[in-house]
Design a protein around this ligand. Structure first.
Ligand SMILES: [Zn+2]
Length: 270
């Protein structure tokens, strides 16, 4: 069940490697992209062997980290140490990247534990150019995690959306997920003139704008219905059961750290 694998991705001058466990669901594989001398995402720590191989093929000057989660930031420390790459991350991600952060057992099994890394902070909407002439903008996208950002390459109009997309209809979330902020982040990104969407778990998403719009509409409706039930006195558990169905083996296997109620809990408790 846990056999590891990897596959290569290409889209124009963009290259990528998708690493992880392919037959356990889309979320258990993660992508590292390369555009010129920049890597976008660093991949999970237990896939360093494949990521290192990919990174040796061309000079790496910069690594862009979308958020601190280990499946995205996991090899940033190695890439900095072994390749001398600059690691850029949203300002809010710097502390967990530098000091470490708690990782639940199921995530340790799935991704491993990342070495700590000193990164350089990017302010919201920061613009910068990399050594190969790509022009970037960091777009704040909290919701999935408080520190998450997407990276827009402004000349191509290519959006690297971290975990903002993943799927149009999601039913589970980790603890602390903010559905209300996620809807706002989707609106923010949909207002951008992006042409192509690249998801950190799926790779290139054909019809990316439509896919993001579908997710936005689904989540906004879910949020409105959940808030309505809350006002009528239902508990988070009852609301989750009515709107998302009973918790199942995914919730059980992760000790309810990744479950349906988490999708609604944080935004209903305020
Ligand atoms: Zn994440």
């Amino acid at each position: 069940m846990f056999r590891g694998a990897h596959e290569r991705l290409a889209f124009g001058r963009l290259q990528g490697i998708r690493v992880g466990r392919f037959h356990t669901g889309v979320n258990s594989a993660a992508v590292v992209f390369r555009l010129g001398t920049t890597l976008i995402e660093a991949g999970p720590p237990n896939r360093w062997k494949q990521v290192r191989q990919f990174a040796t093929e061309q000079p790496v000057e910069t690594v862009l980290i979308t958020h601190h989660h280990e499946d995205h930031s996991g090899n940033a420390g190695h890439l900095r140490q072994q390749f001398g790459a600059r690691v850029l991350a949203p300002e809010e991600a710097l502390a967990p990247l530098r000091d470490g952060f708690p990782i639940h057992f199921y995530r340790r099994v799935m991704w491993g534990v990342p070495p700590r890394v000193e990164a350089e902070g990017l302010k919201d909407f920061a613009r910068f150019e990399d050594a190969s002439g790509n022009r970037w903008q960091a777009i704040p996208c909290p919701g999935h995690s408080p520190d998450m950002c997407s990276f827009l390459e402004t000349r191509e109009g290519w959006l690297f959306s971290a975990d903002l997309y993943v799927a149009s209809r999601v039913r589970y979330a980790p603890r602390g997920h903010r559905l209300d902020q996620e809807v706002e982040s989707l609106d923010r990104v949909l207002a951008l003139p992006f042409a192509e969407l690249f998801c950190a778990h799926r790779g290139h998403v054909a019809g990316g704008r439509q896919a993001l719009l579908a997710k936005r509409d689904y989540l906004a409706e879910l949020l409105a219905r959940a808030q309505d039930l809350r006002r009528r006195g239902y508990s988070v558990r009852e609301i989750s059961g009515r709107l998302l169905g009973a918790e199942d083996y995914v919730s059980l296997l992760t000790g309810f750290h990744f479950c349906k109620a988490n999708l609604l809990r944080a935004c209903l408790q305020d």
